[in-house]
Design a protein around this ligand. Structure first.
Ligand code: HEC
Length: 142
């Protein structure tokens, strides 16, 4: 009985020391909440899920593009809080988007995310096409 209690205590201590209870990193959030659709490298799924390497950096560069991203169902409904949402988007910008590391793209902030969450996104495909200056229908989205 005593040995079992000690083992439990050791397990709890190891769990604390190993950092299991610390907050997940942005990359972990991407792998858990986004990768299933967008792929490990952001390539997406042709014909179904857009390639994050292609237009993300351009979308982030404009106010309407940022607003579009923040109101997307996959971003808005992922269950992440505002800070973790900002962190995962900033991680994508630095690690997956092409071109990367462009200083003209300000990082997302939690306040920006909270403001965008108040407005539902309707007419998604048409809005995206108008932002990117492309005449595409929803079937060509990615
Ligand atoms: C269930 C599948 C799915 C998940 C999970 C998902 N997305 Fe998406 N994402 C999509 C689809 C599909 C689109 C195209 C727009 C739409 O239909 O919502 C998209 C669009 C996007 C875009 C716009 C890209 C462009 O070029 O227009 C971004 C940015 C994005 N998602 C980021 C994320 C992030 C960040 C996460 C995780 C927090 C995430 N997505 C989770 C399916 C998903």
């Amino acid at each position: 009985m005593k040995a079992t209690a000690s083992a439990c205590l050791m397990g709890a201590l190891l769990w604390l020391v190993s950092g299991e209870c610390s907050a997940a990193e942005p990359r972990d959030h991407y792998m858990i909440h986004c990768m299933g659709c967008h792929g490990e490298d952001g390539a997406g799924l042709p014909g179904a899920v857009p390639d994050l390497r292609r237009d993300f950096a351009r979308l982030v560069s404009s106010g309407v593009g940022r607003d579009y991203i923040l109101r997307l169902p996959g971003v808005n409904q992922a269950g992440l809080d505002a800070q973790d949402t900002a962190s995962v988007l900033n991680w994508i910008l630095v690690n997956l988007a092409n071109p990367v590391g462009n200083s003209s793209q300000a990082p997302f902030t939690a306040a920006e995310i909270l403001a965008a969450r108040r407005q539902p996104l309707l007419e998604l495909s048409a809005l995206r096409a108008s932002i990117l200056g492309e005449a595409r229908d929803s079937a060509d989205l990615p």
